[in-house]
Design a protein around this ligand. Sequence first.
Ligand SMILES: [Zn+2]
Length: 421
Amino acid sequence: MAKFEILHRCSTTRARVSRLTMAHGETVLPTFMPVATQAAIKGLTAQQVEQLGVTLLLNNTYHLNLRPGVDILNKAGGAHRFQGWDGNMLTDSGGFQFVSLSKFAQITEEGALFASPFTGEPTMLTPEESISIQHAIGADIIMQLDDVVPSLTPDRARVQEASERSVRWLDRCIAFHEASGRQSTQNLFAIVQGGLDFELRARCLEQMVERKDKVAGFAVGGLSGGEEKDVFWRVVKQCAEGLPEDKPRYCMGVGFAEDLLVCVALGIDMADCVFPTRTARFGVALTRDGPVNLRLAKHATDLSPIDRECPCPTCSIGTSRALLHHTATRETTAAHAVTMHNIVFQAQVMGGARDAIAQGTFPQYLKDFFARYFVGTGYPEWCVNALRSVGVDLLDGLDPHHIKIVQGSGAKWEYSDKKRK
Ligand SMILES: [Zn+2]
């Protein structure tokens, strides 16, 4: 099983720095995992990803199972060799996409029944089948099949059924994984469910933590589905507090800088999201001053790079905002350039957090980051509340006449890429 060592703890918040050692090397946590949907991060080679300092990335089981498929992966000796990636890899269970991309899907105790993308025939994804596919892929971290319901589901009985079934499916995943003899190279993570209901979360947490010796880590699932941020952070906090100290904690589907930093302060070690790489392809660069929409006309004559202090290959050779404005969404080179920048931005946010935790300055790092990122637009109230709950007051020492607090996400999106998906 993976070796997990805690190296530093923040004395104020619940943040920690740790080292996760697996078959393809070490990954220092907390970290953000970029998503390589089709066996590749869109627009980048495996070598480029490695050069950006990424040591752990996420692959989608659903997509790898469709193309190239298990037979080719088995012949190649797994997805690492197939895609030329020597670092650590995590695969999801496939369940979320099998269900969400299928024309019809029905969850039974046996598994998830959905329409085959090839023939339209009913096909069953069981917990055992999910683990079997992830064995063929050969990822260093594999996820249990869970019963996911959208976070805004109003039906409490359905949320309860899903969280209880996720525990039973975890047992089936553990049994299948143990029988395979692959525990030394592949590490199974459990996924805590329970929706936005603190009582159901508590029950699911208790039952899954009872199985802690059989899993290598835990994920917090069922969030990032459009729920109120004030509920989101309370569920993350409850889960992070309830999970064991000596296992990594992974919050699924989180990628905005402010969300990442709040999660780290609450005790989360890992997160993933398609957002930074997807938004890059729509011409949006992430910066310490907030997201920059390069498609806006104001960048047409701006010869400065996205961020002068950014060490990414795009900024360090001085690629101008004007060029990126000219090519964004038109030329693939713009997608490469902004994708590399955004991956490095995420790595800098998390790397800065790790350094600050190690040096005992994490509370100040949070204050400085939020002050710069939300200058002018105002602090999201949920971030202020979440960080106060772990002893950091973002507003402490600021002139009360100049503090602006905003409801909702607070992100100063100067665009909407949803329309263009
Ligand atoms: Zn850059």
